[in-house]
Write a protein that binds this ligand. Structure first.
Ligand code: ZN
Length: 182
């Protein structure tokens, strides 16, 4: 088990687009294990590598008893927009807000061995795939809210007890990030 500190809103790594994975090596498998352990411990329905300070395009998910991971995902959205579904984020502990998302998503990518995989989902799985892929682009769920809702969310964030708190900065990451700053 290697549970990592989850970065909170305000940490610049959450706003930094992640680099595509190039090497499907032992380091990547360790990253997937760390993400899985940290997500299950939280517990959460998904966790993206930037949330543990690693700038690579990898996330894990645990939705409807399906545990998995995806590397270098590419997303296709379809179906209606669910305007009202509540969504939370491990980088915003204890908070959830209605966040508009497509009700159907297909994510194409790779597993940690470099084999192509497709993950399809509706409702919560579709929401999770969109939320986690957004993390890899430095996009947070507050960005998807309508302006009124975002205002309410930001007020709740400012009032949250973790607001402004950050775990200690880790100077060296065990994971290669293709030369990108973390
Ligand atoms: Zn999140």
């Amino acid at each position: 088990m290697a549970i990592q500190a989850i970065r909170l809103f305000g940490d610049p790594v959450l706003r930094t687009p992640a680099a595509p994975v190039v090497d499907f090596d032992k380091e990547l498998r360790k990253l997937v294990q760390d993400l899985t352990d940290t997500m299950m411990d939280a517990p959460g329905a998904g966790l993206a590598a930037p949330q543990i300070g690693v700038g690579l395009r990898v996330f894990t998910y645990y939705v409807d008893d399906q545990l998995g991971h995806l590397v270098n995902p590419d997303l296709d959205l379809s179906g209606d927009i669910d305007e009202e579904g509540e969504e939370g984020c491990l980088s915003f502990p204890g908070l959830s807000f209605p966040t508009p998302r497509s009700v159907r998503a297909v994510a194409k990518g790779f597993n940690m061995y470099g084999e192509p995989v497709v993950v399809e989902g509706t409702d919560l799985m579709a929401r999770c795939l969109q939320h986690e892929t957004d993390h890899l682009d430095g996009i947070l769920f507050i960005d998807r809210m309508d302006p009124q809702q975002r205002k309410l969310a930001m007020k709740a964030v400012r009032e949250a007890e973790w607001s402004g708190m950050q775990p200690p900065t880790v100077k060296f990451s065990p994971h290669p990030t293709g030369g990108k700053a973390l």
